[in-house]
Design a protein around this ligand. Structure first.
Ligand code: NAD
Length: 364
């Protein structure tokens, strides 16, 4: 059955790295491994230039109808002055909101060839493969009240509200446990139950969910300890599930264990459709539009291609193909090809296109 991908390259290097994914899709379709149809739209600054919005209603409809959305990156100095609600990032926020993408998956994988690029010692990170599952639509970034009030005595008072309801914790924990079953069967749930009521509820619900997954080992960890353990001994983790704020911080810390922004993929998933079981999903590299290198053929397409591999794994259950794409990336790196951002002594520097072509050639 033909499956529909909606491609949103965006701005800056977004178009260059998406071009490499398009070549990969063409190759996979031609070799009979997949049967994807693709459509493309505008998001971010380019959409603002074309429609006066960071994403048009027509493209939002297409995103809602697609089997998966593949997103590049948005933003650039050109749009610094546009109204706040029309800024490039508003396109991504609308996609997350309208597709109800509550689960953000950020893997941190250290390819053997890049173990020396990490800020930690090789032996601590070599072979690292962890997954941070971050709640994306609730918590302190969205809770009300959220305000700054003038107290009239030369002082102001700022309030953000950390708020979670049972169903929000339950559904993100179930995503984490389901994913752990496809990996190493271990979930750490990170919260601050020692000082926060939302942490007490988080832990209570996480333990209830854990009881439904007796085959998966469950560990509680305080979020500050999780940060410490990530830089002390990251290989002790498999899946870490946590709230929006702690997930934001812990996933950035985990990301840097791998050495380069140009290597980091991500997925954002919604709830399964009650009839079909299919989830809405958006796949994107963690990095931005890198205006400093845009248009120069310098961008590393690996984060984008690895995001596409995540789509194969999580939206289409094509686990073998996802493994094959990830192995191809590892093989190309093992063969010594590097884009500028991950260049090492003794390796060969290649362009965005050359890196993309080498990965496709490796897939065969
Ligand atoms: P950035 O991630 O775009 O770039 C940070 C640094 O990393 C730059 O030096 C860049 O050249 C390098 N880099 C990033 N991706 C790379 C890749 N694939 N290959 C090689 N080098 C790479 O972050 P920034 O410079 O802070 O932001 C630039 C623009 O991107 C801003 O407008 C920002 O708002 C936007 N942004 C968008 C997203 C998104 O679309 N999800 C995320 C972050 C930032």
């Amino acid at each position: 059955m033909t499956q529909e991908l909606f491609l949103l390259p965006g701005d800056g290097i977004g178009t260059e790295i998406m071009a490499e994914v398009e070549k990969l899709i063409a190759h996979l379709n031609a070799s009979g491994k997949t049967d994807f149809s693709t459509d493309s739209g505008l998001v971010g600054g380019c959409a603002y230039d074309a429609h006066g919005e960071a994403i048009s209603d027509a493209d939002m409809e297409k995103a809602l109808g697609a089997d998966a959305v593949i997103f590049g990156a948005v933003g650039g100095a050109k749009w610094d002055g546009v109204p706040y609600e029309k800024r490039p990032e508003a396109g991504l926020l609308r996609l997350r909101k309208d597709l109800q993408l509550f689960a953000n998956l950020r893997p941190a994988i250290v390819y053997p060839a890049l173990a020396d690029a990490s800020s930690l010692k090789r032996e601590l990170v070599e072979g690292l493969d962890i997954l941070i599952v971050r709640e994306l639509t609730g918590g302190v970034y969205f809770g009300e009240p959220k305000e700054i009030t003038d107290l009239g005595n030369g002082q102001k008072r700022a309030v953000d509200t950390q708020v979670y309801e049972t169903y929000e914790i339950d559904r993100i924990c179930r995503v984490a446990f389901d994913l752990a079953r496809t990996r190493s069967n271990l979930v750490h749930s990170a919260d601050k139950k020692n000082v926060m009521k939302s942490g007490v509820l988080w832990d209570e619900v996480a333990r209830q969910v854990a009881a439904d997954y007796r085959d998966v080992k469950f560990e509680h960890i305080l979020a500050d300890n999780a940060a410490m353990q990530l830089v002390r001994n990251p290989k002790q983790f498999d899946v870490i599930v946590t709230d929006n704020l702690f997930g934001d911080i812990l996933s950035d810390a985990a990301a840097m264990l791998t050495g380069s922004l140009g290597m980091l993929p991500s997925a954002s998933l919604g709830a399964p459709d009650p009839d079909t079981g299919k989830r809405k999903a958006l796949y994107e590299p963690v990095h931005g539009s890198a205006p400093d290198i845009a248009g120069k053929g310098l961008a590393n397409p690996i984060a984008m291609i690895a995001s596409f591999a995540m789509a194969m794994r999580y939206s289409f259950n094509m686990v073998e193909l996802a493994d094959e794409i990830e192995s191809a990336i590892a093989a190309v790196l093992g063969g010594g090809l590097r884009t500028g951002d991950i260049m090492q002594e003794g390796c060969k520097q290649v362009s965005t296109e050359e890196m993309g072509a080498a990965i496709v050639a490796e897939i065969g």
